[in-house]
Design a protein around this ligand. Structure first.
Ligand code: NAP
Length: 279
């Protein structure tokens, strides 16, 4: 089977590596010549080009560009696609993408691998990024069942745990566990950097260890991706941020009033609840 990948960055390149490892023929298209050259030299793909015409024979195409380029990429891709080709994407937000793309190509299925790291670009491509990670597929009532079955088979073969949801449910759920943490983590770093005493800030920077590494990780990642998430999942992100502010205000109030019993109860409850997110 020939697989096409558009956008050879962290996700597209990593997907290419895993699909190649399965013995599939992988054709890659990216914006820059240099990226295509690296992708071929490092054997991330069998063949790479800046021209979408490379994907004429592809049976399944994964669009792995930044969020704002997904629908425009599909628009440009259409004249090159085989009529039976299946197109899917990996964008971190689903409702606006699925709405646009399913109107452009009937055989389109939205998808989102819940895997990544702070790096970006072709040099960040890595093997087994998706192994054991959730991968959400967001079919609609009119999505062809054969397209759903094929994409499900491929993403399960690279070791992902496949989930199904509507695009809207996806966007609400990932706002809680991915998009809210990103903004919270970014604001954590921002708050620390507001320390006015430079000696204190320097000491804090020297003392930062595993706790700060964990809590600041997603706020210190790909800023282009963070911006796109805020722009494209704005309503759900604002909904979760508003609730987060209420939770924070409640804790600030209890600490200010020295309501240690309430602080203890909240921390006991969050300690218990955390494990339910990692089943
Ligand atoms: P990335 O590392 O920046 O890779 C995106 C690549 O797309 C860039 O390296 C760029 O390659 C290429 N590109 C940009 N515009 C293009 C265009 N118009 N046509 C063709 N190629 C283009 O970003 P990423 O982290 O892989 O994210 C890609 C997608 O995956 C996004 O939609 C994001 O929402 C989704 N996603 C990301 C994560 C994550 O944690 N990073 C997780 C799940 C899903 P050139 O070098 O050729 O310019």
């Amino acid at each position: 089977m020939k697989i096409g990948i558009v956008g050879l960055g962290l996700i597209g390149g990593s997907l290419a590596l895993d699909l190649r490892a399965l013995g599939l023929e992988v054709l890659g298209v990216s914006r820059q010549e240099k990226t295509c050259q690296i992708a071929e030299e490092k054997a991330i793909v069998h063949q790479a080009s800046v021209n979408l015409s490379l994907l004429e024979q592809a049976e399944v195409v994964f669009i792995c560009t930044p969020i704002e380029a997904i629908a425009p990429t599909l628009t440009q891709l259409i004249s090159h696609l085989h009529p039976a080709a299946i197109v899917t994407d990996v964008g971190s937000v689903k409702a606006p993408i699925v709405k646009q793309c399913s109107q452009l190509w009937a055989n389109f299925l939205g998808g989102h691998p819940m895997a990544g790291n702070a790096n970006q670009g072709i040099e960040a491509a890595t093997n087994n990024l998706f192994t054991g990670a959730p991968y959400v597929l967001t079919p609609q009532a009119n999505t062809p069942p054969a397209a759903v079955a094929k994409v499900r088979e491929i993403v399960a073969a690279i070791g992902s745990r496949v989930y199904f949801s509507t695009p809207e449910e996806h966007d609400r759920a990932v706002a809680w566990i991915s998009h809210l943490p990103l903004i919270v983590s970014a604001s954590l770093i921002d708050a620390c950097m507001s320390e006015e005493n430079s000696a204190t800030l320097l000491l804090a920077q020297h003392l930062a260890s595993s706790g700060f590494r964990d809590t600041s990780r997603v706020g210190g990642g790909n800023s282009e991706l963070g911006l796109m998430i805020a722009r494209y999942n704005r309503p759900e992100l604002l909904r979760s941020l508003t609730q987060y502010r209420q939770s924070l205000d409640k804790l600030i109030h209890h600490i200010d009033q020295q309501n240690w019993q309430e602080v203890q109860e909240t921390l006991d409850s969050t300690q218990q609840a955390r494990s339910s997110f990692f089943r």
